[in-house]
Design a binder for this molecule. Structure first.
Ligand SMILES: [Zn+2]
Length: 329
C-alpha cells in the first residue's frame, strides 16, 4: 500500500506521467528531436511512470473511494479487467472529464462513459462538428482519399472492380467518390445529415445513409444478401461508447475475407505527447476511447478480424488493415 500523505483530492495531479517528466521537459518544438534521441528508452520510462502512477492511483482510490464512480461497475471493454485506476481528470467548458487506464491492456477510456442521450446531444450541437471547415479542404481530402482507396483496392484479389465498399463516417463523401472512381460500388454512412446531403449533392452514384452504424448493420443484413468486401473507418472508433457493439456491427457487414481499413489515434505511439492533455486529439468528451496496437488487435480479434498490416505513421495514429477471418465470439 502506498501511503497517501496529502489530504488534497489526488486527482489534481493525476496525470503523473507529466509530473514525472516535469524536470526534464523541454519545449514542444524540440519534442520530435528529444523523442528521436530517447527512442524506446523514453517509452520505457514513461511506461514505468504510468505503472507507478497506477499504483498510486489505486491506493488513492481506496483511500478516497473515488466517490463519484464508486457505484459504477468499472470494467475494461477490451479485456474485462476490473483493474482500471483513474488516469487523468480534465476540465473543458463542457465540464469535468475523467479517464481511466486499464492495467490489463492499456485501454484509456472516459469514465463514466457518455450514454446514448449524451452522445446524441454532443453531435447534435452545431459547434461540435466543424463540418464546414472540413469541407474547405476538399481537394486535399480527395487526394488523400484516392491514396487510401488505392491501398484498399491493392488488398483485394482482382482489384476493386465490382466489389462492395462501405465508408463508416463518410462525412462529405470524399472516400465514396474515390472508391467509385476506383471501380467499387460504394456506400457511405454518417450520423451528420448535413454532411450526407453534401455527399449526395457533389458525389452522387453511391448509396448514402444518415444514422448510426449498429442500426444500419441490422437493417442492411436483413435486406441484402451481399456483404462488404472493403470497409473504411477512419477516426471514428475513438468516438464510440461501446467498442464491441461497434466492431461487431462492422464484422457483421463484412464478407469473409473482406478487408477493413481502420484508423484511430495511437496512445502508444512514440511521438504522443507525454502529457495527455497536450495531445491534439485529447478532446474530452468527444474522444471516449484511446487505443494502442495491442488492445486494438485484441478488440478486432474478438470479432473475427485479424490485423495483418500496420501502416507506418509519423503522427501518433494507428492505421491498420484487418481481414475478416471468422465470426464474432
Ligand atoms: Zn483492458
Amino acid at each position: 500500500m502506498v501511503a497517501i500523505t496529502t489530504h488534497q483530492p489526488y486527482l489534481l495531479s493525476i496525470d503523473v506521467s507529466s509530473a514525472t517528466f516535469i524536470g526534464t521537459r523541454i519545449g514542444n518544438k524540440n519534442r520530435g528531436q528529444r523523442d528521436a534521441d530517447t527512442g524506446f528508452l523514453g517509452i520505457a520510462q514513461e511506461r514505468a511512470s504510468e505503472q507507478r502512477h497506477d499504483r498510486i492511483a489505486s491506493a488513492a482510490a481506496l483511500t478516497y473511494g473515488y466517490a463519484m464512480h464508486a457505484a459504477e461497475d468499472i470494467r475494461c471493454q477490451i479485456c474485462d479487467s476490473r483493474d482500471c485506476p483513474p488516469l487523468i481528470e480534465h476540465e473543458t467548458e463542457r465540464g469535468q472529464w475523467h479517464y481511466r487506464r486499464c492495467a490489463g491492456c492499456g485501454l484509456v477510456f472516459l469514465s463514466p462513459m457518455l450514454d446514448d442521450g449524451e452522445l446524441a446531444a454532443l453531435y447534435a450541437n452545431p459547434d461540435s462538428g466543424g463540418t464546414r471547415a472540413y469541407f474547405r479542404k476538399e481537394a486535399s481530402k480527395l487526394r488523400r482519399a484516392r491514396g487510401r482507396v488505392r491501398h484498399l483496392a491493392g488488398a483485394m484479389a482482382g482489384g476493386a472492380k465490382g466489389k462492395l465498399f462501405l465508408d463508416i463516417g463518410c462525412s462529405g463523401g470524399f472516400m465514396t467518390q474515390a472508391a467509385m472512381q476506383a471501380g467499387f460500388t460504394a456506400w457511405g454512412i454518417d450520423p451528420d445529415g448535413d454532411a450526407v446531403a453534401h455527399a449526395e449533392q457533389y458525389y452522387p452514384g453511391a448509396s448514402y445513409r444518415v444514422g448510426g452504424l449498429t442500426e444500419f448493420a441490422d437493417a442492411y443484413v436483413s435486406e441484402n444478401q451481399e456483404r462488404f468486401d472493403a470497409v473504411y473507418c477512419s477516426e471514428v472508433l475513438e468516438h464510440v461508447a461501446d467498442a464491441n457493439a461497434f466492431v461487431a456491427a462492422i464484422a457483421k457487414l463484412m464478407a469473409t475475407g473482406g478487408v477493413l481499413y481502420l484508423t484511430t489515434p495511437d496512445i502508444g505511439h512514440w511521438r504522443r505527447p507525454r502529457k495527455l492533455a497536450d495531445w491534439d486529439v485529447f478532446t474530452p468528451p468527444h474522444h471516449c476511447l484511446f487505443f494502442s496496437l495491442g488492445n486494438l488487435r485484441q478488440l478486432l480479434a474478438r470479432h473475427g478480424l485479424e490485423i495483418y498490416h500496420r501502416q507506418w505513421a509519423f503522427k501518433p495514429g494507428l492505421k491498420v488493415l484487418a481481414r475478416k477471418v471468422g465470426e464474432s465470439i
